[in-house]
Design a protein around this ligand. Structure first.
Ligand code: UD1
Length: 345
């Protein structure tokens, strides 16, 4: 049984990936400092898969602890590195926190890999590296543009750190550039759990519909798009999780074409903010309270992926459509609501 270390495995994309890994027979160990996730996610994963998970709680930015972890775990076949801070706005006000956390943790993991002959790394990157691309759909050869936020910059620098390390060692790596992951597992046992006020569109929609927020603010309807609202490539988190399993398989079976590879993970289709709202209203039967307000600084007009490279090379294709995405996000919000009701009884 191949063993995979999943850093950030109790987080949103991490937890869905752990489920998919376990379901195809990987032995998973999670490291997470629980700074933006809850420990009961571990139980919820086990409820889905029936498999208990090895878990260690510590901060991967702590070099001593990280290198010590690797000394104690010699038999890791691959690492998927999710653990990172990810709030774009917060990164603008706390840049050092973002650079410290996201870059030291990556460098510590890479050192641990080199010291212990662990060769396979999957890295959690983002389409934010493309900025507003000149051509759409955007493929992997599009230039990386100056980052709009320290968060985005940590993804760009991380990709460079990985590619430099690959060049000078036996390390192999795959960076997966995600477009906009949304939705939740069909069991509604795991999903996105934003702490405080959500920054992202879909959790804000579902929290408004459930009554936790008064109103969704739509940030601008004067963009040069058909309905005036920005367009993104939303992808179901379970489709995204499956791509990670395939990336791990590609490396452990030594099928990589190059020591360092980069893939876009999206559906290839763009939806506007108003289209996402319409899809949500259709699947939930709820009329959403929203208002058009000023643009949000830093938002680009439109982006969607050219996924042909990932489709061809990974043999992977996103399968779930926008309604399945919003419906699963809504079921998850309802499950959270029912749990809160139970605990306050
Ligand atoms: C951002 C980041 C991306 C990151 C992703 C998930 C950038 C450019 N993008 O994507 O790297 O991976 O978050 O964390 O830094 N919107 C509203 N009202 C809201 C919230 C959002 O109208 O309350 C609109 C936004 O203007 C945007 C769309 O919804 O047009 C999607 O926003 P969001 O979910 O925050 O994702 P991105 O900004 O695309």
């Amino acid at each position: 049984m191949k063993k995979v270390l999943v850093t950030g495995g109790t987080g949103y994309i991490g937890s869905h990936t752990v489920v998919e890994l376990q379901q195809v027979g990987y032995d998973v160990i999670i490291v997470d400092n629980l700074s933006n996730s809850q420990p009961d996610v571990l139980e919820n994963i086990t409820n889905i898969t029936g498999i208990k998970i090895d878990f260690e709680k510590f901060d991967l930015a702590d070099r001593k602890k990280t290198l010590d972890f690797f000394k104690r775990h010699k038999n890791i076949d691959a690492i998927i590195h999710f653990a990172a801070l990810k709030a774009v706005g917060e990164s603008v006000v706390q840049p050092l926190n973002y650079y410290y956390n996201n870059l030291f943790s990556l460098m510590n993991i890479l050192q641990g890999m080199l010291d212990n002959n662990i060769e396979n790394l999957v890295f959690s990157s983002s389409c934010t590296v493309y900025g507003q691309p000149a051509n759409l759909p955007v493929d992997e050869s599009a230039p990386v543009q100056i980052a709009l936020s320290p968060y985005g910059n940590t993804k760009q620098i991380s990709e460079e750190i990985i590619s430099d390390t690959v060049r000078t060692s036996k390390l192999k790596a795959i960076s997966l550039r995600y477009f906009n992951p949304i939705g939740a597992h069909e069991s509604a046992k795991i999903g996105e759990l934003p702490i405080g006020v959500p920054n992202n569109l879909v959790p804000f929609i579902t929290q408004t519909a459930i009554g936790l927020r008064d109103q969704l603010k739509v940030f601008g309807n004067d963009y040069p798009t058909p309905d005036g609202t920005p367009i993104r490539d939303y992808i179901h988190v379970v489709d995204l999780a499956k791509a990670h399993v395939i990336a791990v398989e590609r490396m452990v079976k030594k099928n990589s074409k190059y020591p360092y590879e980069v893939f876009n993970l999206g559906t290839g289709k763009g939806y506007s903010v108003l289209e996402v709202i319409k899809s949500f209203e259709k699947v939930s039967g709820i009329k959403l309270n929203y208002a058009i307000v000023e643009r949000r600084p830093g938002d680009i007009t439109e982006v969607w992926a050219d996924t042909s490279f990932a489709n061809l090379e990974l043999g992977w294709k996103a399968e779930k459509d926008i309604d399945e995405m919003t419906e699963s996000a809504w079921k998850w919000e309802l499950a959270l609501y029912n749990n809160r009701k139970k605990t306050t009884k």
